[in-house]
Design a protein around this ligand. Structure first.
Ligand SMILES: [Zn+2]
Length: 262
């Protein structure tokens, strides 16, 4: 069965653009787990010169302008295309609060992966600081996401702050008019913030989800203590990634661990 096979190569693209994301540490933890795979770090996922213009145009055209409208994208203005181009060329660029369509972003990146690396023997995991969302059929709106899994998988350092919900009381107090910064202080530690010292550890879990998706097509686990748990709340993220007594449940330990490789 080829589907459960671990990839021989895992490439991590270092585009999180925050000091608190240590991709090297993530690579080391993956190497420990997957003795067979070669884990390598690459620079931020940036198209080669000749693809720059096209990629900038494509990215500018997948901006979500109204989170309550599915698949309505506007023709990008030259200024928006130029913005994307500058962003692609400047490795230190901060995210500007744009929400992109996650699956479309994934397919734009997929085209840029060299042909020779476009098969299941290669797992590409892109870290980015761009924020993306996917359409939710249940409540008919886009939601920001931490990751979209596919070929490649994209994981967002902005998404991990913005996508999982903060504790309910946070929003209640916010509605009651409490100051945002004061609230952040009050709830400190109960959510992942920008430049959070726990970010690398949290992202190890999302990398494992990407890997599991690559191998099985299903990135998630139902066990709240497993790092593959599909967390919707910040406190669930923190529990699964940082506080749980074990890393993976038995089932996933078997799939994702070095010990079962024949
Ligand atoms: Zn599990």
């Amino acid at each position: 069965m080829t589907k459960m096979q671990q990839p021989s190569f895992i490439y991590l693209y270092d585009g999180g653009k925050t000091k608190s994301l240590n991709v090297k540490e993530i690579a080391i933890s993956l190497r420990k787990r997957l003795r067979k795979a070669k884990v390598e770090i690459r620079e931020d996922f940036i198209p080669k010169e000749n693809f720059l213009e096209t990629t900038a145009r494509e990215l500018a055209s997948i901006k979500i302008s109204d989170i309550k409208k599915k698949d309505t994208f506007l023709e990008p203005l030259p200024v928006e295309i130029n913005y994307e181009k500058r962003r692609l060329m400047d490795s230190g660029h901060k995210a500007a609060g744009i929400l992109y369509d996650g699956f479309r972003m994934l397919s734009i990146f997929a085209k840029l992966i060299p042909k020779i690396e476009s098969n299941f023997n290669y797992c590409h995991i892109i870290f980015t600081n761009q924020l993306f969302g996917t359409w939710d059929e249940n409540d008919l709106r886009y939601h920001a996401r931490v990751a979209v899994f596919g070929f490649p998988s994209i994981i967002s350092t902005t998404g991990v702050v913005e996508a999982p919900a903060k504790p309910r009381e946070f929003y209640l107090k916010r509605q009651m008019g409490m100051n945002f910064l004061a609230l952040k202080e009050e709830f400190k530690g109960r959510f992942i913030d920008y430049d959070d010292s726990r970010l690398t550890e949290v992202m190890k879990g999302y990398s494992l989800q990407a890997l599991l998706f690559h191998m099985t097509g299903d990135p998630f686990c139902k066990d709240k203590n497993c790092r593959l748990y599909n967390a919707h709340w910040q406190e669930e993220v923190i529990h699964a990634q940082l506080k749980s007594e074990y890393e993976l449940c038995n089932f996933h330990e078997k799939i994702l661990t070095k010990t079962i490789i024949r």
